[in-house]
Design a protein around this ligand. Structure first.
Ligand code: GDD
Ligand code: MN
Length: 380
């Protein structure tokens, strides 16, 4: 009973300037292995946001380098600093969503921890929101005034292509929907939050596409700087993730991003299967039955690896769990194949149209594999 009325920490934290004023702006910083960057970022925020009631929410996915520990130390000295340490979860979009929803400030910004974004734009972004000129302000690398130091050619090309696809396919109007640097009115964000995917990397694209043109957006150019410490976490999986997000938004989120990624991996598996079959038959003269079995085994294995790296990257199996998961995946897919063939036969029985029967079987297989993988392989 006593606990309920026990007062909080006795002395107010040191180094706090805005004391009791509730924050106007919440700066959300997703972090993964950014130990050497967070203190620098905090100091820069402190300098650039002087005069504004702000707070910073670091959302750390239990970084092995102990980023959360450094953030905690900052938080002990300054109560404007908060740390959400997530255990057993990974993901940039999910971290940003969680950080924004954890604050009560009317305006929320998202900025990378690695100092590649230009935090000195924040006051200007905030005034654009406060004056009602915009509901979303995007730090943009593609409009006039933009300069980039942290982009290599290959990445710049991929980014430009993705931006073009997003504009054409999802009718997203802004110049840089791939930006990880933006500020938004929290009430508008909260309306959109139930539609957002926690699995991807492209939170801003998701926000803009989900709003269907109802968000008044303004862009401010900034210099995308070079990373100071540590390394980028975005790998080649980002491309597949992007395609998945575009497809999910096209179906109006009836089909989840995770299912689309799973199905895309299944499609790749088909190519792997056929290639293995071809090689076994043509190059090694393996009898058809064995070659077909080898194709299935290679495809299942590569599907498992891809799903572990992409579809379920937020709950990736590691160490011995990989062996257990792989065996469970083989079993799930084998039963899925029976379901596939069973459905195809019964459809063909009703309506002898080969492609319809094949399609129905394949759909049954992928839905089964997806549902059962979630239950028995990447269970949580
Ligand atoms: N909590 C959490 N969980 N944070 C993460 C995760 C994760 O799984 N992955 C990355 N982050 C954090 C990083 O610590 C960093 O602060 C920020 O998210 C961006 O990650 P980087 O790894 O530095 O990404 P980048 O520089 O390659 O990509 C940036 O530019 C892209 C556009 O080209 C980001 O701003 C992207 O959002 C942006 O799309
Ligand atoms: Mn970066």
């Amino acid at each position: 009973m006593n606990e309920a009325i026990r007062p909080g920490p006795e002395s107010p934290p040191q180094g706090q300037q805005m004391g009791s004023r509730s924050p106007e702006l919440s700066v959300v910083v997703p972090t993964f292995n950014e130990r050497d960057n967070v203190t620098v970022l905090y100091r820069r925020l402190e300098a650039t946001l002087a005069g504004i009631a702000w707070e910073v929410v670091f959302v750390d996915d239990n970084s092995p380098d102990g980023t959360w520990d450094v953030v905690r130390a900052l938080a002990r000295r300054d109560s404007r600093v908060r740390c959400i340490r997530r255990i057993g979860r990974r993901g940039l979009s999910g971290a940003c969503i969680e950080g924004i929803l954890a604050s009560s400030a009317p305006y929320a910004a998202v900025i990378d921890a690695d100092l590649q974004h230009d935090e000195t734009q924040l006051p200007r972004m905030l005034s654009l929101l406060m004056s009602g000129q915009a509901e979303l302000v995007v730090g943009s690398r593609y409009i006039e005034g933009y300069k980039s130091e942290g982009f290599n050619n290959q990445r710049a090309g991929a980014s430009a292509l993705a931006t073009e696809v997003a504009k054409q396919v999802l009718r997203v109007e802004i110049a840089d929907p791939m930006s990880g640097f933006f500020m938004i009115r929290r009430d508008r964000f909260e309306e959109l939050a139930p539609k957002l995917s926690v699995h991807g990397f492209k939170i801003l694209l998701d926000v803009v596409a989900s709003a269907h043109g109802t968000l008044r957006a303004v862009e401010v150019p900034y210099t995308f700087g070079a990373r100071q410490h540590g390394e980028s976490k975005l790998d080649s999986m980002v491309a597949l993730d992007f395609i998945g997000l575009v497809l999910a938004k096209l179906t109006n989120d009836i089909v989840s991003l995770r299912f689309i990624l799973f199905a895309m991996v299944g499609g790749i598996g088909l190519v792997v299967h056929l290639s293995t079959l071809f090689l076994a038959l043509e190059l090694f003269n393996v009898p058809f039955a064995e070659a077909q079995a080898a194709g299935a085994l290679v495809a299942m294995t590569s599907n498992f690896i891809l799903n572990n790296f992409l579809t379920y990257r937020d709950q990736r199996l590691k160490g011995f769990a990989i062996v257990r998961g792989l065996i469970a995946f083989y079993i799930v897919c084998s039963v899925g194949l029976l379901a596939n063939v069973g459905v195809a036969f019964s459809v063909y029985d009703q309506e002898p149209i080969w492609w319809l029967a094949g399609l129905a079987g394949a759909l049954m297989g992928v839905v089964w594999n997806y549902a059962m993988s979630g239950l028995f392989v990447w269970r949580k």
